[in-house]
Write a protein that binds this ligand. Structure first.
Ligand SMILES: NC(=O)c1ccc[n+]([C@@H]2O[C@H](COP(=O)([O-])OP(=O)(O)OC[C@H]3O[C@@H](n4cnc5c(N)ncnc54)[C@H](OP(=O)(O)O)[C@@H]3O)[C@@H](O)[C@H]2O)c1
Length: 279
């Protein structure tokens, strides 16, 4: 049985939907924090059990009988993911898959990246075949910038760098392939990304074209941006966390637009323009 965690989240749900098109429902199990929220999956024949990375006993139950486990990353911290991969090993899984991120590295100023790098290290150490899916940056983040910018006509953010924005749907399909097609992906994958790298000025230009409303990209100094977010009620720690995303992007950590996702899917991954047009 294949176990998917985070199946009440956007990516995990997408993976389960695609798995249901590939394998019988009785070969799929989900590990979720809130069982009633997966009621529709249970009705489709998927095994639904409660599992929380903060509660190892719950994972032993949720992962029972696992042949492989997809650990969808949840919190930004590596500790809970270590608990999950240890539980997958203890359950006897023959492969552990994990949603890592392109640009995972210990020195990144964007805190989830050192955390993903730590989990990749844990996977190398655990002694079970593994696949660390180095997912590209979600296009939904660009979508959020555009939604906010449409209110004012200004996309206000710190200096950024190019990002190979990637659709959830494509990443969900890639994970379903990795779960069901042996030998396609092993170890740390190349970046699984959308087809082109675009910075926020490019994003604003595409959004202007698609909506017919002029959106101007406005770059503000880092400190001014943090102060502005705090004045609008965001805790300073969170504003600094988000600033790390811009710092990492201008170091080029999310810039690569490689062929790996397209090769895996057998088609061109969705471009940001498609995602924005279909929003
Ligand atoms: N590639 C990117 O650009 C990017 C961007 C942002 C985040 N991410 C990472 O990708 C993950 C999946 O993305 P998504 O869009 O599906 O996010 P999402 O919709 O927020 O889903 C996250 C899932 O993780 C589960 N989770 C959180 N804490 C958990 C815990 N302690 N134990 C077990 N499960 C836990 C959540 O459970 P509940 O449903 O019960 O809340 C949820 O199902 C995110 O969680 C994050 O780690 C990637």
């Amino acid at each position: 049985m294949m176990i998917i965690t985070g199946a009440t989240g956007q990516l995990g749900r997408g993976v389960v939907d695609r798995l249901l098109a590939r394998v019988p429902a009785d070969r799929i199990g989900v590990s979720v924090r809130d069982v009633p929220r997966a009621g529709d999956l249970a009705r489709r024949g998927v095994r639904v059990r409660r599992g929380d990375f903060a509660d190892p006993a719950s994972l032993a139950y949720a992962f029972e009988g696992a042949s492989r486990v997809l650990v969808v990353s949840g919190p930004a911290d590596a500790g809970p993911h270590r608990t999950a991969i240890e539980a997958a090993k203890a359950a006897g899984a023959g492969r552990i898959l994990y949603t890592s991120h392109m640009g995972a590295n210990p020195a990144s100023p964007f805190l989830p990246m050192p955390s993903h790098a730590e989990t990749e290290h844990d996977l190398r150490e655990i002694g079970v075949p593994f696949t660390a899916l180095r997912n590209g940056f979600y296009a939904t983040t660009a979508l959020n910038f555009v939604s906010q910018a449409l209110e004012t006509g200004r996309l206000v953010a710190p200096e950024d760098g190019p990002v190979s924005w990637t659709a959830h749907a494509d990443l969900a399909e890639a994970a379903a392939i990795a779960l069901t097609e042996d030998g396609r992906l092993d170890g740390v994958t190349p970046p699984l990304t959308g087809p082109e790298s675009l910075d926020l000025a490019d994003v604003a230009a595409i959004a202007s074209e698609l909506t017919g409303r002029e959106i101007t990209r406005v770059t503000v100094p880092d400190g001014e941006w943090v102060a502005g977010m705090v004045s609008r009620g965001m805790p300073e720690q969170q504003a600094r966390f988000l600033l790390g995303m811009f710092e990492a992007s201008r170091r080029g950590e999310f810039a690569e637009a490689g062929p790996a996702l397209g090769d895996l899917l057998g088609r061109k991954p969705a471009a940001l323009r498609d995602v924005l047009a279909n929003r």
